[in-house]
Design a binder for this molecule. Structure first.
Ligand SMILES: N[C@@H](CCC(=O)N[C@@H](CS)C(=O)NCC(=O)O)C(=O)O
Length: 196
């Protein structure tokens, strides 16, 4: 989200699944999880809270849709993502470097995929006409679903043509390419995710 909107920030990378990971994470986040944003004395240790903080800090950047109804839907969808889709997220771990290779969804993961596709379709039909993203132009809701786009893509999950078009639009973003390039450049590998 910050990269997409050109908001400068310094990134601290903490390799995961290592002996010191938790201790290193706890130095920046009371939950021992990423992401966590530090702005002066203010610490925000949750992705959705970070988005809200950024939206408040930069009111002139359209981070949530301007239209009230669209904004409400974008928030609902983001909250649904934030607290949901456990089967999909558990079965299809995110991996920006993985080569595209089909992994058949479990029935539970498939249910999550179908719900996501239905939600995408409603957002696009009601609010998305002006652009290629869920609510037209890229917004916070798209940032929340960027990791889902990665999962659907790398595990070659069968999706409808409109979902595929949305995924292509997301993956064509310079900020998404930067994200992928950052992952490619990493030396660390977490074996259990590489073998799926
Ligand atoms: N609710 C949190 C969830 C954060 C979360 O689960 N982060 C994972 C990576 S996506 C993490 O830091 N895990 C630490 C670990 O597995 O050691 C948010 O969205 O910010």
């Amino acid at each position: 989200l910050l990269r997409h909107f050109g908001i400068p920030f310094n990134e601290i990378t903490i390799p995961m699944a290592e002996a010191a990971t938790r201790e290193n994470m706890l130095a920046y986040s009371p939950t021992g999880k990423c992401p966590s944003l530090q702005d002066g004395e203010i610490r925000i240790w949750d992705s959705l809270a970070i988005i809200e903080y950024i939206a408040e800090t930069f009111p002139n950047i359209v981070i949530w849709p301007k239209d009230r109804a669209a904004r409400a839907q974008a928030r609902a969808l983001s909250a649904e993502m934030h607290s949901g889709f456990a089967h999909l997220r558990g079965y299809f771990p995110m991996n920006m470097r993985r080569a595209v290779k089909r992994r058949e969804p479990t029935p539970e993961a498939l249910e999550d995929v179908l719900r996501i596709e239905a939600a995408f379709a409603v957002a696009r039909a009601k609010f998305g006409h002006a652009g290629s993203f869920l609510f037209g132009d890229f917004c916070a809701a798209d940032a929340m679903f960027a990791p889902i786009v990665n999962r659907l893509h790398i595990y070659d999950v069968p999706v409808t043509a409109p979902t595929r078009a949305y995924m292509e639009a997301m993956m064509a973003l310079p900020s998404y390419a930067d994200w992928r390039a950052g992952a490619e450049a990493e030396a660390w590998r977490i074996e259990k995710y590489e073998t799926i």
